[in-house]
Design a binder for this molecule. Structure first.
Ligand code: IDP
Ligand code: MG
Length: 138
């Protein structure tokens, strides 16, 4: 089934100049980039995006991290895009991520882990329109 998922290159990835490499990995793995932009989130915008995590102990630190510099959200499309993107990203903690995954190759820590990816159809349906309107998704 053709699906869309939201990917974000987080502030650490943008700052380290990894955006081109990461986009290449998505394209080489058969994803089509349907939308892409660079934005610098406000505190409120980051809190809204991660509202499902608001009770977690790492929430404030996560919001501070996600607002420390620009991010690059994008909409990726392919068959089973949501799961496939999660596979290519690797585990949340880079210590647990498999060889060859983006987080294994580039992430510093469980928090500074370079990329975000929607974890379900439900979250993709919330996350994609958080960043892109219908005219921006080609
Ligand atoms: P995911 O990004 O792999 O889906 P989530 O559990 O949804 O992981 O957590 C969202 C983000 O919050 C992570 O990508 C990471 O940046 C941060 N995070 C998750 N768990 C921890 C933690 O235990 N300590 C610090 N930051 C965390
Ligand atoms: Mg998640």
């Amino acid at each position: 089934m053709m699906e869309q998922t939201l990917s974000i290159i987080k502030p650490d990835g943008v700052k380290k100049g990894l955006s081109g490499k990461i986009i290449s990995i998505f394209e080489e793995n058969g994803f089509e980039i349907k939308a892409l932009k660079k934005v610098h989130l406000t505190k409120k915008q980051a809190e809204g995006f991660y509202c499902i995590h608001k009770e977690r102990p790492f929430f404030n630190s996560l919001v501070a991290f996600m607002t420390e510099g620009p991010i690059m959200p994008m909409v990726l499309s392919c068959e089973n895009a949501i799961l496939k993107n999660r596979d290519i990203m690797g585990a949340t903690n880079p210590k647990d991520a498999k060889d060859g995954t983006i987080r294994k190759m580039f992430a510093e820590s469980i928090e500074r882990n370079v990329v975000h990816g929607s974890d379900s159809l439900e979250s993709a349906k919330f996350e994609i329109p958080y960043f892109f309107n219908v005219f921006e998704i080609l």
